[in-house]
Design a protein around this ligand. Structure first.
Ligand code: NAP
Length: 289
């Protein structure tokens, strides 16, 4: 753990590497998004998490293409809108994201949430697999999938695989809201057992719990902010945190988390027995929803 750095990566089931720290752009306004992402690159981030629903794929693409970094050293994620999952819509969304961003490939494309029923989810996944097999997307995955959605996926991956080798696809990532007040141990275990990388969204609890007492001894001991302690917790849980900020000093602060390490006892003090989402919670949606 001690040798984790801002350049650390982890290998996905697809065989591609993903940087251990990401940079989220949900609610980053379109008109400032390019500048914000450029500042993130200057601060050392190499991994940007966007979505069609965020309406800022285009400025992310501009920041990526105008960066001094090589394209292959940047990892870009987008997501298929949750309310429109289907085979056709997913194929169309991949083309739209490529066009909006100006990129020739997308590093990771996720289904934003498991809505629409089994056929919608299976069709959307089949489309992602096809786009991957055509080289348009390097890795594919899901977001906000609970264990029951993932169990169902395993079934239809096997069904699709019967149509031909490689037609079922490989789940590389599940992206979920995770922080000490929402550890989601069941879903994380399901994924980690299968080598699926778990990305943690809202890792800063959207800034709502920075004053929590449990964080104070840790901020004091390490001379770090509450945000930095939360991100360190996330990294040490084996997650890929995706902090968001539009504030230059916070963008830098949130990347400055590689010079300290929480002890196993300190990690335990952050094991809260709570289920307190601060965002939406599609992981509990019924399969027919
Ligand atoms: N898949 C999904 O369904 C889903 C859902 C939600 C989020 N996400 C992804 O995860 C990313 C992060 O999640 P999030 O945006 O919900 O929440 P977050 O990263 O937990 O928190 C962002 C909030 O914290 C503030 N903040 C950032 N750094 C701070 C610091 N060092 N000290 C104090 N406050 C700080 C930000 O303010 P300023 O910006 O004003 O600095 C913003 O208000 C998103 O941008 C998105 O990419 C995915």
């Amino acid at each position: 753990m001690a040798n984790l750095t801002l350049n650390s990566k982890v290998q996905l089931n697809s065989g591609y590497d993903i940087p251990r720290l990401g940079f989220g752009v949900w609610q980053t306004p379109t008109d400032i998004c390019e500048e914000v992402v450029k500042h993130a690159f200057k601060s050392g981030y190499k991994h940007v998490d966007s979505a069609a629903a965020y309406r800022n794929e285009a400025p992310c693409g501009k920041a990526i293409l105008s960066s001094a970094l090589n394209r292959e050293d940047i990892f870009f994620t987008s997501k298929v809108p949750a309310r429109a999952l289907s085979y056709e819509n997913t194929l169309a969304q991949v083309e739209k994201t490529l066009k909006e961003t100006g990129l020739t490939y997308i590093d990771l494309m996720l289904l934003h949430a498991p809505y629409g029923g089994r056929d919608a989810r299976k069709g959307a996944w089949k489309a992602l697999v096809e786009a991957h097999n055509e080289g348009k997307i390097c890795s594919i995955g899901v977001s906000n999938y609970g264990v029951h959605h993932l169990d169902e996926m395993e079934e239809y991956i096997q069904e699709l695989e019967k149509e031909g080798k490689g037609k079922g696809g490989v789940i590389s990532v599940n992206q979920l809201e995770i922080h000490p007040w929402l550890p989601r141990t069941d879903i994380v275990e399901w994924c980690q057992k299968r080598g699926i990388v778990v990305e943690a969204y809202s890792p800063l609890v959207r800034g709502e719990r920075m004053e929590e007492k449990v964080l104070q001894p840790l901020t004091k001991k390490y001379g770090k902010t509450a945000a930095q302690v939360l991100l360190r917790w996330s990294l040490q849980k084996g997650l890929v945190p995706l902090p968001k900020s539009v504030t230059p000093s916070r963008i830098e602060e949130n990347a400055n988390i590689f010079d300290f390490e929480l002890t196993p006892e300190e990690m335990k003090t952050l094991e809260m027995d709570e289920y307190s989402p601060v965002c939406w919670d599609p992981t509990i949606a019924k399969l027919e929803q």
